[in-house]
Design a protein around this ligand. Structure first.
Ligand code: KG4
Ligand code: ZN
Length: 347
């Protein structure tokens, strides 16, 4: 199937993302709107998220098409996040995408949000070759995945409780910081002493590649209760370092276990500068990550993953979302199966 301009729509959580991807031109235009209403609640309120997507999405699609100097009729496919995520929020993107695709008589492609994250480092000039290990760390997921080729994902380990981003968000709340917590904790941590408080390094002494972050949260809560706000920077720094150290140890272990040489990191927490620096130091020349704007939720990664799965697009007008959708249940890719290419090839 000849697909040139593909529109990507992301609405799984609190970011509305829209982008056009073209295999010849890369990301042609993109916009991300981050909903601000949730900050007052310290977490994403599903109903507010859905309503905000409804308000924002149509205008953002218009704006992205204008910036790309395209008409709706120039699109060859519309990709949308079908899951995992908040059901109502997903439905806004899915129904908009299917309506647009049906009107334009082009395929609508249901994309797995984490596959979008996982493929996002391939949008960069120094894209890794397959196979590789992927560390996916976002607000809802933390997992290590063995990626032999596009669409072939084997789960190596995952969090047994909180996701890494969730741990950052909860710690931010304990420290009286805003939402999302990751960037705020990281900012405060820059002024702190990483070694003053002794944080546990969860699960590192146990074999295997699973994570656990809820113990860190409990430890932080107890520290906050004992210390004064003057100590919060040191607490933030100690917490961040504990998460970073744990992730680095698990990534090294995953490479060793799989005997693979390349690691990609993606998802919101991969924007963390300390994590990037620590991985670069521990695994020099082996670590790949997307630019900061592609780490957190965005439409470009959905358009790009949709391009990979372009031959799976449907024109039946059915709106389907999967709020729970394990990554390793994804089908191998029909369009690129058997090739280990860089994703820039047309089939
Ligand atoms: O991938 P993402 O945008 O949304 C989900 O799919 O969940 O990830 C959002 C998560 C939030 O928990 C946020 O606190 C975290 O990523 N995050 C960070 C940083 N930037 C975002 N965590 C640590 N350091 C950061 N710089
Ligand atoms: Zn995400």
């Amino acid at each position: 199937m000849f697909v040139q301009n593909i529109l990507g729509i992301e609405t799984s959580c609190d970011e509305t993302g829209v982008a056009v991807y073209n295999p010849e031109r890369g990301i042609v235009a993109e916009l991300v709107y981050t909903q601000a209403d949730h900050a007052a609640y310290g977490g994403v309120v599903p109903e507010l998220a859905s309503r905000d997507h409804v308000r924002k999405l149509p205008g953002m699609i218009r704006e992205v098409l204008d910036r790309a100097e395209l008409q709706a009729g120039d699109l060859d496919a519309v990709a949308y996040t079908a899951g995992p995520g908040l059901a109502g929020a997903l439905l806004v993107g899915a129904s908009t995408a299917v309506a647009l695709a049906t009107a334009a008589d082009i395929p609508a492609i249901a994309v797995h949000h984490m596959e979008g994250h996982l493929l996002s480092p391939l949008l960069e000039d120094n894209a890794p070759e397959f196979p590789f290990v992927a560390l996916l760390v976002s607000g809802g997921h933390s997992m290590l995945v063995e990626v032999t080729r596009p669409g072939h994902y084997q789960l190596l380990g995952e969090t047994l409780d909180d996701a890494a981003g969730e741990a950052f968000d909860k710690t931010a709340r304990l420290l009286g910081l805003g939402f999302p917590g990751g960037p705020e904790v990281a900012r405060l941590a820059e002024q702190g002493d990483r070694e003053r408080f002794d944080f546990p390094r969860p699960m590192v002494n146990r074999p295997g590649l699973d994570f656990s972050f809820s113990g860190l949260k409990t430890h932080t809560r107890e520290l906050v209760a004992r210390q004064s706000p003057d100590d919060y920077a040191d607490i933030a720094a100690g917490f961040e370092q504990a998460v970073v150290d744990t992730l680095v140890i698990k990534c090294k272990r995953a490479l060793k276990q799989t005997r693979l040489e390349r690691l990609i990191i993606a998802g919101g927490v991969s924007a963390n500068r300390r994590l990037r620096a620590a991985l670069d130091q521990a695994l020099p020349g082996q670590v790949y990550y997307p630019r900061l704007s592609l780490c957190t939720d965005n439409g470009a990664m959905i358009a790009y993953a949709g391009w990979y799965r372009r031959s799976e697009g449907t024109t039946d007008g059915k709106v389907a979302v999967r709020p729970r959708w394990p990554l390793d249940q994804l089908l191998p890719m029909a369009s690129v199966d058997g090739q280990t290419g860089d994703g820039k090839r047309e089939t």
